[in-house]
Design a protein around this ligand. Structure first.
Ligand SMILES: Nc1ncnc2c1ncn2[C@@H]1O[C@H](COP(=O)(O)OP(=O)(O)OP(=O)(O)O)[C@@H](O)[C@H]1O
Ligand SMILES: [Mg+2]
Length: 158
């Protein structure tokens, strides 16, 4: 089973389209970390994923509220951004641990700001600047994550 996937993303539309397609491989219970510098495209990719999951309204960046919450049919989706954490202890104080449960997909921007307190990620997505576009890498950290990436092993999906 493949454990990593790499993709060039030529422009914003490519990021949104990949996110939308990637959503088809996701299911409740998954934890996804999003790495990449400021403006890399983490929120844009999440916007695509939420579109793919069936969310039709505006997807805001959680930069100021730390978390944006979406309910899509029976699925809960939490989109976090911990950039503003000054100390990992803020993660415990915020009470976010309870959001990581079997019926939710959690997408976390700036997970490194919570130190090693966060639950283990099933998938780690990194977006690298490659002006004018981006390069994306996804690594599976668990068996559930590997099963998601297995979808991209199909020649028709590469
Ligand atoms: N593949 C791409 N090629 C070029 N530009 C892109 C691509 N994907 C997204 N962008 C653009 O890059 C910017 C990324 O903004 P976005 O808010 O998604 O970044 P972010 O990684 O969430 O940043 P932050 O860490 O500040 O939250 C947007 O202006 C978006 O249009
Ligand atoms: Mg963002």
């Amino acid at each position: 089973m493949i454990q990593q996937l790499k993709r060039p993303l030529a422009d914003e539309t490519a990021t949104l389209s990949f996110g939308k397609a990637f959503a088809a491989t996701l299911h409740a219970g998954l934890i996804i970390y999003l790495h990449g510098e400021l403006g890399a495209g983490k929120t844009t990719l999440t916007r695509g994923i939420l579109r793919g999951l069936g969310y039709k309204n505006v997807v805001k960046s959680p930069t100021y509220n730390l978390v944006e919450f979406y309910k899509i049919s029976k699925l809960y989706c939490y989109h976090f951004d911990f950039y503003r954490f000054k100390d990992p202890s803020e993660w415990e104080e915020a009470g976010f641990r309870e959001y990581f449960h079997a019926n939710s997909i959690c997408l976390v921007e700036w997970p490194e700001k919570a130190g090693d307190l966060l639950p283990v990620a099933d998938l780690q997505i990194t977006i690298y600047l490659s002006e004018p576009g981006r390069n994306l890498e996804i690594h599976a950290g668990t068996e559930a994550g590997k099963r998601c990436l297995a979808h991209w092993q199909e020649p028709s999906n590469l």
